[in-house]
Design a binder for this molecule. Structure first.
Ligand code: PRX
Length: 651
């Protein structure tokens, strides 16, 4: 099916929008020509106990990388998310919580959330947690997770959230790295009816750390009701602990550059890095991007379907929406349980206006045709969002048509754990959309494209994405390793922040993220984005999902190895393989023709956040499946064995 390549701003979206396109352009110009004045003004969207007088003190100079925003301002993130709203919003719902099972739900108001946060904050203080101490949070998507983050922020403790799908050892290494004295967890987590025993994982993690364990206490939320072995003196039930606490806990005055959180993320090398974000700049950037990128208005119902274990959950489930006084949906489960209609049902149940999810979820639903939205109303939806990976035009169009009924703008938001908030994205009421493009930079962001030698590409072109300016939400350092921070992000193209992503810029100045540059293939001297080939494959009727990696090829340098998950009901065959090769050949170019196509009906190896682990696919394609490294972070490690057994590139 052919689709338009340009979608103008719908009239209704333009009418409602906080900004016109002209205003966006004016503000953008101001933000990059006079950043001090721009941010001095916009920093005021946050409440400061003591206003800042300094705005920006940043250097990307090799050896002297230093990033400080609003440095002499004093504030508290939890105060900004809660206390300042209480006069008008004490009875407004902060979160509608929707359980894994559709039969279980509840809600919490700003007033109630404030009370619970104060109680947990007081309990933590009593346990000896002080300003600057690290606390690890290992919780499912339940209200107590939001309470835990905000309670840390309230007393100035630095939270380190570890995704509840991570294994005990992954948890343990993160606890050890930042020396957490407290872990907040739950008995069990539920996702798509699958049960994970979190508290048991915590016990194993601490056991494995043995005398290296810094953990003094474990607070346990009774969520599912599992019988647990509680270790006397160490383990405490959340409900018992907070029941004794006062609902009043003054918010700790924090310097703008005091750490707010650490979040571990994988790089292309080494162990996960502890990405450190601080308080003032992060809060300003989170609140501002949340308002403009989603064109959020008071009384909107907003649903970010990410997990609080990832940065998207931090910025766009917790800090951004709460800073703006939003009502959000907090969803425990997965989009296809108990059926593929779940997402649409939740939208209808809460009359969601803004839905923010990931291409992987969209593709999973798209494999079922129109079933995920058949019979749903969805008329409350106004803005759709996408994050986490390039969204192929086919999935974009499916989302636009089936969820958006062809009149909701899709904001394809490009950003990273490191960036704290969205850097490149359309604004719903301002930006004409092109499916697959993250379009234009947010205020204060100066993207640039460089070739591998660091020469800047002007105008239309392609290369490595760097950011030349600093912005308030930027990470400040790698926890405990500033040298690694400098080297990873500022070492490749000195003087700029290197994103690790490839990008194209078109004649309209729109940016198209092509994927991590480590995934770019070089076929007979021609550069090809794996995302481009994948996007083409997914546009084929038989394909639900595809992943492309390079492998060493005697003649071409690199060959193209493709893994394909067929759509439900499609039977892989030699004919279909041939058809797919011909499809890519004609859709992109003969250069892009896959050399090997391996069917992966049981799926692709993914992290629990839904990212395909290409490292593993590259190893299998290289016939080096005995060197897979750590696969413990996979959502379902068993798919790897199937892929190895059916691999094509045997030597
Ligand atoms: O490659 C880009 C991809 O995800 C990477 C960042 O991953 P993470 O730190 O886990 O954060 C994900 C959520 C912000 C980026 O380097 N990425 C993220 N969003 C997009 C994207 N690629 C293309 N388009 C996007 N909208």
């Amino acid at each position: 099916m052919s689709h338009p390549t340009l979608y103008p701003v719908p009239t209704a979206a333009a009418k409602r929008s906080h900004l016109t396109n002209e205003q966006y352009e004016q503000m953008y110009q101001q933000s990059i020509t006079a950043p001090e004045q721009f941010w001095a003004e916009h920093g005021k969207r946050i409440d400061w106990f003591k206003p800042y007088t300094e705005v920006k003190n940043t250097s990307y100079e090799p050896g002297k990388v230093n990033i400080e925003w609003f440095k002499d301002g004093i504030l508290n993130a939890s105060y900004n998310c809660l206390d300042r709203h209480l006069p008008q919003r004490a009875d407004q719902v902060a979160y509608y919580w929707e359980g894994d099972s559709p039969d279980v739900s509840k809600s919490i108001t700003y007033g109630e959330l404030h009370q619970q946060v104060c109680q947990l904050a007081n309990a933590m203080k009593q346990l000896g947690v002080a300003k600057g101490d690290r606390v690890t949070i290992y919780l499912p998507m339940i209200i107590e997770a939001t309470v835990a983050l905000l309670a840390c922020a309230r007393i100035g403790a630095v939270h380190s959230v570890v995704f509840a799908g991570f294994s005990p050892d992954a948890l343990g290494s993160r606890v050890f790295d930042c020396d957490s004295k407290l872990i907040i967890t739950a008995d069990q987590a539920l996702r798509g009816s699958r049960v994970t025993s979190l508290k048991q994982n915590v016990d194993i993690a601490i056991d494995h750390l043995a005398e290296k364990s810094p953990v003094q206490n474990v607070i346990v939320v009774k969520h599912v009701g599992q019988n647990l072995a509680m270790q006397a003196g160490r383990d405490l039930w959340y409900h018992e602990l907070i029941a004794q606490q006062s609902t009043d806990c003054p918010a700790e005055p924090m310097q703008a550059e005091d750490p707010l959180f650490i979040l571990y993320t994988s790089g292309s090398t080494g162990t996960p890095k502890g990405v450190l974000h601080t308080t003032g700049g992060y809060m300003v950037y989170a609140a501002m991007t949340h308002q403009y990128v989603f064109d959020y208005h008071d009384k909107d119902v907003y649903w970010c379907a990410a997990d609080v274990g990832w940065v998207t959950g931090h910025t766009y489930i917790i800090y951004g929406p709460l800073a703006n006084g939003a009502t959000s949906v907090l969803f425990e489960g997965v989009p296809n349980y108990p059926s593929v209609k779940r997402m649409a049902q939740i939208v209808d149940k809460y009359h969601v206006n803004i839905l923010y999810t990931a291409p992987t979820a969209i593709r999973a639903l798209m494999a079922h045709g129109t079933a995920p939205t058949d019979g749903a109303d969805l008329s409350s939806l106004r803005t759709l969002g996408s994050v986490g990976e390039p969204i192929n035009p086919e999935a974009w169009n499916w989302y636009h048509h089936n969820f958006g009924k062809d009149n909701c703008p899709i904001v394809d938001t490009w950003w990273q754990t490191e960036t704290g908030g969205i850097l490149i994205s359309p604004l719903p009421g301002c930006t004409d959309l092109k499916p697959g493009s993250a379009t234009r930079p947010f205020f204060g962001i100066i993207p640039a494209i460089v070739d591998n030698e660091g020469n800047e590409v002007q105008g239309v072109g392609e290369g490595n994405l760097i950011i030349k300016s600093s912005w308030p939400g930027q990470m400040r350092t790698v926890y405990g390793d500033h040298a690694r921070f400098e080297q990873t992000y500022f070492g490749t193209y000195p003087g700029s922040y290197f994103t690790g992503d490839g990008v194209k810029r078109d004649a309209d100045g729109y940016y198209w993220i092509t994927g991590r540059v480590d995934d770019v293939l070089n076929i007979s001297g021609h550069r090809l984005g794996t995302a481009e080939i994948e996007s083409c494959l997914v546009a084929h009727d038989s394909v639900a999902e595809a992943a492309v990696v390079g492998f060493t090829h005697d003649i071409k340098g690199q060959g193209i190895y493709v893994y394909v998950t067929p759509r439900v009901g499609v039977e892989p065959s030699d004919e279909l393989t041939k058809e797919l090769r011909a499809w890519v050949r004609t859709e992109i170019s003969p250069i892009a023709t896959p050399d090997l196509i391996q069917w992966a009906p049981t799926g692709l190896p993914k992290t629990r956040s839904g990212k395909i682990m290409r490292r593993i696919l590259r190893k299998i394609a290289a016939n080096e499946h005995d060197q897979l490294g750590d696969i413990s972070t996979l959502a379902d490690p068993s798919v790897v064995e199937v892929l190895i057994n059916n691999r094509l590139n045997r030597k």
